[in-house]
Ligand binder design. Structure first.
Ligand SMILES: NC(=O)c1ccc[n+]([C@@H]2O[C@H](COP(=O)([O-])OP(=O)(O)OC[C@H]3O[C@@H](n4cnc5c(N)ncnc54)[C@H](O)[C@@H]3O)[C@@H](O)[C@H]2O)c1
Ligand SMILES: [Zn+2]
Length: 332
C-alpha cells in the first residue's frame, strides 16, 4: 500500500485534514517530550497519548514494550489509528509499536525533522536497536499517510536542516536531473514544500515498486550511503549527523562512478556543503565497515553508482577501488 502524502504549511494542525485521514477512527498519539511540548496539543487534540524518550533512546525493546502497554491500558483498539509525531527515531519506534500491537494497527506519520519529512518518515521501515547494532529488529509497516508540515521545522537547528537536505540531493542526483538543477540554483532560498514534495514523492514511488527491498529497486535509494554509513559509524554515532556523512558518501560514490557530464560540477557543489571530518579516521577501517554493510553480497560490496545524473546502476566494486575512494575522501 502506498502512503498518501500530504505536504504544506499548516497541514499537521488542520482539523479538516485530520478528519479526512482518520475517517472516524480514534487517534492514539505517540510522541516524545520535546516535540510534544512544541506541537503535540495542536496535532491530535484530546487523543490518548504515550510519550517515548527523546532521540535514539526511544528505539529499544523496553521502550516499545512500555508503549504497547500504555496503548492497551488506555484502550487503543482495532478502530484506533496511531499518529506518530516526532523525528526519525520516534517514528521508527512508534511505527514498530503500531506494527505489532494487536498484530498491527494502522498508523500515520507526522515527521518533525526535515530528514523525517523527506526520508525516514516514509517507506514503512520501522525498527528498534539492539546492543549489537542499529535497526536489527523491526517490521515493514506502511503508514496510511505521511503528513509533512514545513512549519513544524522552524525551530530546527541549521545542522539538522542540512542533514535532511542531503537526502534531497541524493534523490535528485539519482533520479531527477531537473530537480538537481533547481536545487542548486535556488539553494540559498529553497522552497521547502517543493523540496519535500519532490523528494518524498520519489521515495514513495520507489518504495511502491519494491516495498520489501526484494527486487533491487529500493536499493537505489542507497546512493551515497555505503561509504556514508561507514563514515557515520567510524566517526562514532552522534559525531556526524546522518546527512553530513551522506554528503561525503555522495562525493565518494561520484568518484567511483567514473566521469560523466556534470559529475565534477556536482562534486564541486557538494564539496562546499561538506562539513570537516573528525580526526583519526582511516581509509582501511572505512573499507572494512563497507564490507559489513547489509548490502554486501557474496563478499563483494555493491554500490549504487551513476552513469549520469538520473541514471543509477548497482555494481559490485573491488576492494582496491573502495580503498582508493576512501583515501580520496579523507584527503579532501
Ligand atoms: N525508517 C527509515 O527509513 C529511516 C531512514 C533514515 C533514518 N532513520 C532513523 O532516523 C533516526 C534519525 O532521525 P532524525 O535525524 O530525524 O533525528 P531524531 O529523531 O533523533 O531527532 C533529533 C533531535 O531533534 C529533536 N526534534 C525533532 N523534531 C524537532 C523539531 N521540530 N524542533 C526541534 N527539535 C526537534 C528530537 O527531539 C531529537 O532530540 C535514526 O534512528 C535512524 O535510524 C530511519
Ligand atoms: Zn539516508
Amino acid at each position: 500500500m502506498i502512503s498518501k502524502l500530504v505536504v504544506g504549511d499548516g497541514v499537521a494542525t488542520d482539523p479538516k485534514i485530520w478528519r479526512s485521514l482518520t475517517k472516524g477512527r480514534r487517534p492514539f498519539l505517540l510522541s516524545e517530550p520535546l516535540v510534544f511540548k512544541l506541537y503535540g496539543r495542536k496535532v491530535a487534540e484530546g487523543a490518548p497519548l504515550h510519550l517515548f524518550a527523546t532521540g535514539e533512546e526511544a528505539k529499544s525493546w523496553a521502550s516499545v514494550q512500555k508503549a504497547v502497554g500504555a496503548m492497551l491500558s488506555k484502550g487503543a483498539g482495532r478502530d484506533s489509528v496511531v499518529v506518530a509525531l516526532g523525528g526519525g527515531a520516534l517514528t521508527d519506534a512508534a511505527g514498530f509499536a503500531a506494527a505489532i500491537y494487536l498484530r498491527g494497527i494502522p498508523w500515520i506519520t507526522v515527521p518533525t525533522t526535515l530528514l523525517g519529512q523527506l526520508d525516514s518518515g516514509i517507506g514503512g521501515k520501522t525498527a528498534v536497536n539492539l546492543p549489537e547494532g542499529k535497526n536489527l529488529v523491526g517490521a515493514f509497516h506502511q503508514p496510511e499517510a505521511v503528513v509533512c508540515d514545513p512549519t513544524l521545522l522552524r525551530g530546527l537547528p541549521e545542522r539538522e536542516r542540512l542533514s535532511g537536505l542531503a537526502e534531497a540531493l541524493k534523490i535528485a542526483l539519482t533520479f531527477d536531473p531537473p530537480m538537481w538543477k533547481r536545487l542548486r540554483a535556488e539553494w540559498m532560498d529553497l522552497d521547502l514544500s517543493w523540496v519535500i514534495k519532490k523528494a518524498a514523492g520519489w521515495k514513495l514511488k520507489i518504495v511502491g515498486e519494491d516495498e520489501r527491498e526484494l527486487t533491487g529497486r529500493r536499493e537505489l535509494l542507497n546512493f551515497g550511503h555505503t561509504l556514508g554509513h561507514a563514515l557515520e559509524s567510524a566517526a562514532g554515532y552522534g559525531a556526524l549527523r546522518h546527512g553530513e556523512a551522506v554528503i561525503w558518501g555522495l562525493r565518494a560514490a561520484l568518484n567511483l562512478s567514473g566521469n560523466f557530464p556534470g559529475r565534477d560540477e556536482a562534486d564541486r557543489f557538494l564539496s562546499k556543503l561538506a562539513v570537516p571530518l573528525p580526526p583519526g579516521l582511516s581509509a582501511k577501517d572505512l573499507v572494512e565497515r563497507t564490507k559489513r554493510d547489509k548490502k554486501a553480497r557474496g563478499g563483494k560490496v555493491r554500490f549504487v553508482l551513476l552513469k549520469g545524473v538520473g541514471k543509477p546502476v548497482v555494481r559490485p566494486v573491488a576492494e582496491k577501488d573502495i580503498l582508493r575512494a576512501a583515501e580520496a575522501l579523507l584527503e579532501n
